[in-house]
Design a protein around this ligand. Sequence first.
Ligand SMILES: CN1c2c(nc(N)[nH]c2=O)NC[C@@H]1CNc1ccc(C(=O)N[C@@H](CCC(=O)N[C@@H](CCC(=O)N[C@@H](CCC(=O)O)C(=O)O)C(=O)O)C(=O)O)cc1
Ligand code: HCS
Ligand code: ZN
Length: 762
Amino acid sequence: MAITASIGFPRMGPRRELKRMVEQFWQGKIGEDELTARAAELRKLRWQVQRDRGVEWIVANDFSFYDHVLDAACLFQVVPERFRGLPSGSFEQYFAMARGSADAAALEMTKWFDTNYHYLVPELEPQQVFALGVNKPLNEYLEAKALGVDVVPQLIGPVTFLKLSKVVGRDADPLSLLPNLIPAYEAWLASLHEAGARWVQLDEPALVLDLTDAERQAFVDAYAALTKGPRPNILVATYFGSLGDNLATALELPVEGLHLDLVRSPDALQQVHALGWPKGRRLSLGVIDGRNVWRADLDLAFAHLEQGVHLAGPEHVMVAPSCSLLHVPWDVELETDMDPEIKSWLAFALQKLDEIALLKRALDEGRAAVEAEWEANRALLASRRASARLNREDVRGRLDEAKGWKLERQSPHAVRKEKQAARFALPLLPTTTIGSFPQTQAVRDARAKWRKGEWTTDEYEAYLRGEIRRWIDIQEDIGLDVLVHGEFERTDMVEYFGEMLDGFVFTKHGWVQSYGSRCVKPPIIYGDVARPAPMTVRWSTYAQSLTEKPVKGMLTGPVTILQWSFVRDDIPRAETCRQIALAIRDEVLDLEAAGIGMIQIDEPALREGLPLRRADWEAYLGWAVECFRIASSGVRDETQIHTHMCYAEFNDIMPAIQAMDADVISIETSRSHMELLRAFEHFRYENDIGPGVYDIHSPRVPSVDEMVELLRKAANVIRPEQLWVNPDCGLKTRGEPETVAALRNMVAAARRMRASLSQPVG
Ligand SMILES: CN1c2c(nc(N)[nH]c2=O)NC[C@@H]1CNc1ccc(C(=O)N[C@@H](CCC(=O)N[C@@H](CCC(=O)N[C@@H](CCC(=O)O)C(=O)O)C(=O)O)C(=O)O)cc1
Ligand SMILES: N[C@@H](CCS)C(=O)O
Ligand SMILES: [Zn+2]
């Protein structure tokens, strides 16, 4: 009998219950007891929902108050010195590590593989000691057991944990700390064994990355050591790609099960077959896409399962999603207003569990037993493929035409820089922000009233204009050089454009966790993309009409719109991206024609979209840069194109960033104390650049001294005449007083730095 599995479930709950309780706790509206009780209720709901849908392998510890990598750090007492004064294992310490406190900066946050989920980077000391702390996975296991649900404790595996960590204060490989870490994992396994757990799931997605021989050896050593003592059975979960040259290592590990992502790696079972599947081991087959929202092709999934059964035997096969369902929304049935035809093509987490249960029945009882459901699935897939709503002649025609375009600005950057300097007359080290200002409760309430019909569109838009006016005044008062309108009209930088472009459908409840309590509602691209009308021009021109200073037009770039949407799986991603790029190009040209002199095209997801394997980079970067250039290259020399990226390791993609040829790029660097600028030591970047001088994820107001220090570091690798001064990212998540205070300090820091640069040396 095959086993149904979920390997990880969305955390937030159907109505984002987790977000609400955590934010209420932060605001002091509820205390620890209520937070703890409500969290237990939510965990119960999540387990029950999975059990009721027929899932047998349900995991514990996929719940987290903020992030599962932070949880693992806390489990092994990896607490940086600056937080040790806070009560060990307390909510206070935990949330301070996540969000920072008045006197301690938060842990660095970065992308979880190629997803839009962000984890906190554990900080290890060169001689880090690991010890088992509050045993959250064990506690959750016992909690489920008391509810009568048999769950599998899950945890990030030791090698992936170290690979995602950083050693502070020394350029050391975190994997060198493996011998220190293993005893703590052993103690953890022993604790679960003692409590009666039969299995654990150790997630090792690092196995899909390019690994060195030493890293592969680290897996071998780690699991040889881990499997010595008393312990539950171990299933190693890999996802987000193919194991490729790491497959032999994975098969060699002395564990009892392995999970493979067959959506991203459809050939995986042929490769396993070639090497031989170890007899008696459990094979978990990730056949349902955990990264997208389309109904599965059950015939395809079933073919994989049959192959899996052939390799491992029916009693050893698990039917599973490709990865944790963390990355998809909860339930498509909550979308009562969605176009019914498109809705019928979709499967969110709950529907994916149904698909898994159906596949199990087909395996166990034979396909004939589920004929009706099977035929219904085939019919839906066929209706989607044949739908006239997918393809548009006009869009395809424009794409063909664009193939002949040169995609170059009129002049090289040096020439443009002179023309733009004459047009804008900015000081050295110009100050600006990344685009958004606080999306306060008042802004959201205004939007909610308009959505509910309590406010007319005129009333809502008058409110937005009022906010823009207020913030233009604030920015002038602070003394910023280049202003923004504040993005108050946007729910989210991708969802907003998705709602205005053809070919997209959007949800009301399709929330996916992005980091901590913050969620996004990725739009769904189901057909060819086109722009029916200008999208941002009236907001930008209104803001520009209020000030003599330049106001940047603010757009989301094609790669980011693609990356942060659920995309169609019937045409290549690159093709959809080119369609979006043409739509953004039209918007850029309309902004320029309306007199907007600076236009920012944000591409924060460009780095995130980089394939996990280096061999695939060139092809991706080729079309990603091409799309940025489709969007940006049509303007005059005097129009200044900005771009912005956050959460990125830039070293790898410097040539691509240069090839984008934006006049100015702002990047996130402050959280890593400008470490990210190392890329610029080795690569001579020609255009202008604004390395972020303060972290926008923390409510902490950075001091002038701190920011001057960061600017000094930046000036060591970037020529002052190239340097801009800005925060790491947009300020939408911040409160107003701290934003104003931080920006005042930032402007003071820029002024002090300008003064010191103009002092004669010696
Ligand atoms: C830059 N980032 C982004 C990423 N991905 C995106 N798609 N967008 C991004 O900006 N990835 C990397 C980073 C991640 N950063 C963030 C930062 C902030 C958020 C965030 O604040 N998300 C909000 C949700 C935003 C939103 O859509 N708000 C709506 C209100 C929705 C709502 O709560 N409605 C109420 C009902 C209101 C009523 O009717 O009374 C409800 O549903 O209960 C809005 O502005 O109107 C968040 O709160 O999590 C995300 C990623
Ligand atoms: N312009 C956007 C970029 C976020 S990555 C903002 O400021 O929020
Ligand atoms: Zn950003």
